[in-house]
Design a binder for this molecule. Sequence first.
Ligand SMILES: Nc1nc2c(ncn2[C@@H]2O[C@H](COP(=O)(O)O[C@H]3[C@@H](O)[C@H](n4cnc5c(=O)[nH]c(N)nc54)O[C@@H]3COP(=O)(O)O)[C@@H](O)[C@H]2O)c(=O)[nH]1
Length: 913
Amino acid sequence: MNAPQPMSPLTSGPPPASASKPRPGWARRLTPLLETHISLPPFALLLIVALWVVTFHMIRTERAAAEQGAREGARKLAETYEAQMARSLSGIDQTLKMLKYAVERDGPAPALATLRQRGLLPPAMLFVAAVADRHGVLVARSPSPPPGPPVDISHEPHFTMHRAADTGMPYASRASGDSMRHEPHLHFTRRLNDAKGGFAGIAIIVTDPAYFTSAYERSREGDHGMLGLVGDDGVVRAMRIGDQVSWGQHLPMALLKDGQVRLDTVAGDGTPRYLCARRLHGFGMYAIVGLDAKEAMAAFARRERTWLAAAATGTALLAILVALLSAWSWQAARARRSVRHAQETYAAASEASVDAFFVFRSVFGADGSIVDLEIEMANGRAEKMTGRSLDQLRGTRICELMPHYRRNGVFAAMARVARDGGVEQAEWLAEVGTMAGRWLHLRVVQVEGGAFAMISDINERKLAADRIVHMAHHDDLTGLPNRTMLRLRLTEAIVEAERKQECVALVFVDLDGFKLINDGLGHSAGDELLKVIGQRMQACLRRGDTLARFGGDEFVLLLPATRPDPQALAPLLDKLRHAVQEPAQVAGQSVQVSCSAGVVMYPRDGRDADTLLMNADAAMYRAKDGGRNNYRFYTRDMNARGEENLVLLDGLRQSLDASMADDGGAHGFTLLYQPKIELASGRMFGVEALLRWEHPEHGQIAPARFIGLAEDSGMIVDIGDWALRTACRQAMAWRAAGLPPITVSVNVSPRQFEERRLVERVAAALADSGLPPDGLELEVTETLIMRDLAQSIAKMRTLQQMGVSLSIDDFGTGYSSLSSLKSFPISRLKIDQTFVRELADNPGDQAIATAVISLGHKLKLRVIAEGVETEAQCAFLRAHGCDEMQGYLFSKPVPPERIAALLLEEPCQPEAA
Ligand SMILES: Nc1nc2c(ncn2[C@@H]2O[C@H](COP(=O)(O)O[C@H]3[C@@H](O)[C@H](n4cnc5c(=O)[nH]c(N)nc54)O[C@@H]3COP(=O)(O)O)[C@@H](O)[C@H]2O)c(=O)[nH]1
């Protein structure tokens, strides 16, 4: 999403309204009940109960119908059986009546024979017809009995009852065997009367009980149905259940209610049956039919099982369905709860959030593409950011709210996210609206049916980040680009120059004398000066040039697209030099520094940043060596300086070691002595000891070259100690030679002065040499004293108390305040040769020199000028009351023998240069 336009409020509205309308309590309480997994099981249970109620109802109805059918069946079968039995018994009774008539008329045997002949007897296979006389002896029988004794039935009930009374009714005996037939059989009998109506015996029809149950049909009565004849006495005459024929059982009399159907277990087999008895008139018997309840209800039982199975299956299916639906619903509810929880958390978080949230719903066109995005939800921060209430925002389309989003690609990007997913982000500086002037960050992600946009106010973070980036690339003090930034720009400039075939100039600038100001006036003064110098240098540059502070008092100028000729830079470099040299007011004082610069050109002096910087640094050092306040263009030989330093340091170390082992002078160190002359008398009152060093291979090395190295490496402490002891010994030697006593001045470097044992070393040098303390003067610089004023003064006091005098060297170049100068325990001020050099012509130097002379005198100090080379300088100094001088005008530093010679020449005359 590229540089979106500000998402700004289009209108300003009233304070945002509350975002959500709470639902009534009853609605909230009812809502869970609507969950499927809660409402469905009871509903399903109701369904199941209903199913079973219907099922049982139907079963009960069916059972009743089946029972009714069974009863009806039993009744009908009973009726049918009754009819059959009535016919059979009627037939038997007819036969008995015929037999009775015939016997009473013809006698037993003829009667039977006649009836048989006429076919009026029942089939012999089934029936036996017999006649017993009044004594109970069977007298006739058809079919004829096997031969044997007469059969007596006089004790049989069917005989005795007829004998006892003439009922006029036939009689059916219980099934029993007798002497005529052993297997049980039934006797149907009628009384025979004689002519007078007296008992004449009985007519008998005997038949098997099975005869009365032969009507049994499985198709009607079933496998366990029952048919039977029962006497009024409740005793079964014949009964068939399935294939079993039986007799003799006692049935409850209650069963024998005519035509009534009862469910009972009477047959002794424990099987419940629907029983129906029908009264058979004539013989005092009942025809009884029983249908096995199980068989009668078998169809119903099957249907019942089907119903139950269907209901059970339905129940099981419903239970499974409900379980599945409930599980699904529970899962869905759980998911919804977690979504709701997340939404509530989100809502709470979003309301508390400092970011604005918008939920957009995609609006689709006819072709299915997203044509707009409609705000569905926004948080309080979004209301504030847009100045619209949620009610106003809801339903608003993004392209209505921010029409420019169509043009600048923001809408397209959001629609892309809504359609394809992914994330789009953008940062921009709002230009209008409530957020105008603030940095905003937009992040859009896909949500179901649309997109979610989060707008964060990243102004503070952005500015902080910018600040950090700025800090990382700029110098804190001057605000100029720093070393890192310069490297980046230099690298870019090289790339650009390479592409365009151009040159780049790099100028390494180091301030001359800055250290003195920094050490002397304090760091804040130094800082102030650096800022001023930075501004001045910046003012000399073009747009597109870079001035960087490289650290300390080093600056680097990057000048892209310069002419290949380095000399073309000369005007700029001079301008820079002059700008730097202008006096500056810092810490209430006017100070002045100059600068030394080294210049390199890309591609001539290096093709990469490191090489160019290194060579510019080397050139700058060469400029410093060359007297400062100038610049040098880099040449290949300049890089040799670093290596030179190493060689010199090594040589110094060797010489120092040798000097400490052997004081004989073979180590390379020597001292020259420069006379100090009293101006008024021309008398040499002292000498300054000046160190010289001869490198074993490279010969004489200038002090300005090796003193700094010795100072930096710390070797100056021991070298200075050697110089101190040598100078003291020499001074004492002169005295011992009878020469006029003179003071010997020895230079003390900052490191030497700060060394803990300085006073002891001085005392030791004096003691070793025998030189009285007033024969020694130590020269220290203002800067050295100002480093740690209190300690310096304390040390100087100690030395003074020892009798050693102190002078301030190079006075005027440091920045000691007058008040502190007053407290210095010194006896002499030395005007620095830089003020003496142009003393004859330069009013500024003249002013400084006269001021120093005057100041020194006011403080009751002697004033000496160094570097006096001309008569004019000497004349000026003398005319302005300067007390002493030293310089080539009188003598260069010379060996001790020459000093001895000079001491013999009184007054001192100038030495030939
Ligand atoms: N700590 C120590 N510093 C020392 C010692 N010996 C010397 N030095 C310091 O080295 C600097 C350079 O010294 P040198 O090259 O010896 O220069 C001195 C004089 O030779 C020179 N001078 C004297 N008269 C004239 C003159 O008329 N013209 C002219 N161009 N130069 C002249 O001035 C230097 C004297 O310096 P100063 O100390 O400020 O008096 C120098 O800073 C020495 O201090 C040492 O043993 N220890």
